[in-house]
Design a protein around this ligand. Structure first.
Ligand code: PBG
Length: 332
């Protein structure tokens, strides 16, 4: 045995291929490019100016106008898409603003589609938690339990409204059983047979959604989401959820969160032959921003290292609040 290959000329030494930036670039196994990135955006009804989100420094709740500007910047930066979340002025038990033609997200979709055509992929997150007064992802029974099947009817109506408004992709995130099938049926019935569904297939009940609930004003008013979102210790179940969504007609699947679930991303990517996305969620963003604000990690390196890790695990695309900034860093 020779140590680290020193005496043996044939021994592959890692250092040989690391000696210059150009060599490292040439031999990098994982590449990250602006086209891999999708920016989640929040648009709130009734705002006069964009509102900062305390737990997500640098992220805002947009007005319709500031969203249009941000969308142009995103296209300019070369990212592939946006995923839209809306916060209505009025919430009710059924989340009726989610499928109102003049609901905040549907108006935003219409405007962005008119502004940008097909330049960016406009993804519509499909869930009710931003729209219901109780903050759950579906309709609830008088006993306060999220009622799966009546929720599917609501999701079908929302999918159609988002399709009509101009979404390029419908992305259901509510984790109801049968949601992909219900949405596929509704879209096909409405003539939207070509509109793809990106299923949030493996979505865990995670503490890392904390800041999002401030951003989207969708925190549950009672209970939590642990009956419909996945339990963090489970891995095989993610494969079952993914298989189920594909059987129901999903065109692509997502794993969420990303950093604490890289093993799940890797297993899903090994298993399926459809595009796999990962969502670097609000809490992942907040952790890095908070540490960087203290000078405890190098912010730009942390952004690129975490995104690279998510790609290395097997995600083809990443939803991240840093999408535009990361795209600019990558082009520099
Ligand atoms: C809605 C939804 C959530 C997120 C995306 N869609 C919140 C939740 O499930 O509570 C979280 C995104 C993030 O934290 O960045 N169901």
């Amino acid at each position: 045995m020779t140590s680290a290959g020193g005496a043996n000329p044939g021994f592959a030494r890692g250092r040989r291929l690391r000696s210059t930036p150009a060599l490292r670039r040439l031999t990098a196994q994982t590449r990250l490019s602006p086209a891999d990135l999708v920016l989640p955006v929040f648009v709130k009804e009734g705002l006069d100016s964009p509102q900062p989100i305390g737990s997500m420094p640098g992220v805002v709740q947009h007005t319709q106008d500031s969203l249009r500007k941000a969308a142009h910047e995103a296209a300019e930066a070369g990212i592939s898409g946006l995923i839209l979340f809306g916060i209505p002025a009025d919430k009710d038990p059924l989340g009726t603003q989610a499928d109102a033609a003049d609901g905040v997200v549907n108006v935003a979709l219409q405007q962005l589609r008119a502004d940008l055509g097909d330049e960016l992929v406009l993804m519509a997150d499909l869930c009710l938690c931003e729209y219901t007064d109780h903050g759950h992802c579906g309709v609830v029974t008088p006993a306060g339990v999220v009622d799966n099947d009546p929720t599917l009817d609501r999701y079908a109506a929302v999918a159609l409204a988002q399709a009509q408004a101009g979404a390029h992709v419908i992305a259901p995130s509510g984790m109801m059983d049968g949601q992909v099938a219900a949405i596929r049926r509704a879209l096909d019935g409405g003539g939207y047979t070509e509109l793809p569904v990106l299923a949030y297939a493996a979505k865990y009940a995670s503490c890392f959604y904390g800041p999002f609930r401030e951003a989207a004003e969708g925190a549950p008013q009672f209970g939590d989401r642990s009956t419909y979102q996945m339990d963090p210790p489970n891995a095989d179940e993610a494969l079952r959820e993914v298989a189920q969504d594909l059987a129901e007609g999903a065109d692509a699947v997502m794993v969420k969160p990303a950093l604490a679930y890289l093993d799940i991303i890797a297993r899903v990517a090994d298993e399926v032959r459809v595009p796999v996305s990962a969502y670097q969620v609000s809490g992942e963003y907040a952790m890095v921003e908070a540490a960087a604000a203290h000078g405890w990690v190098d912010r730009e390196r942390a952004i690129l290292e975490t995104l690279t890790a998510i790609r290395r695990a097997g995600a083809g695309s990443v939803l991240t609040y840093w999408a535009v900034e990361a795209a600019r860093l990558l082009r520099r």
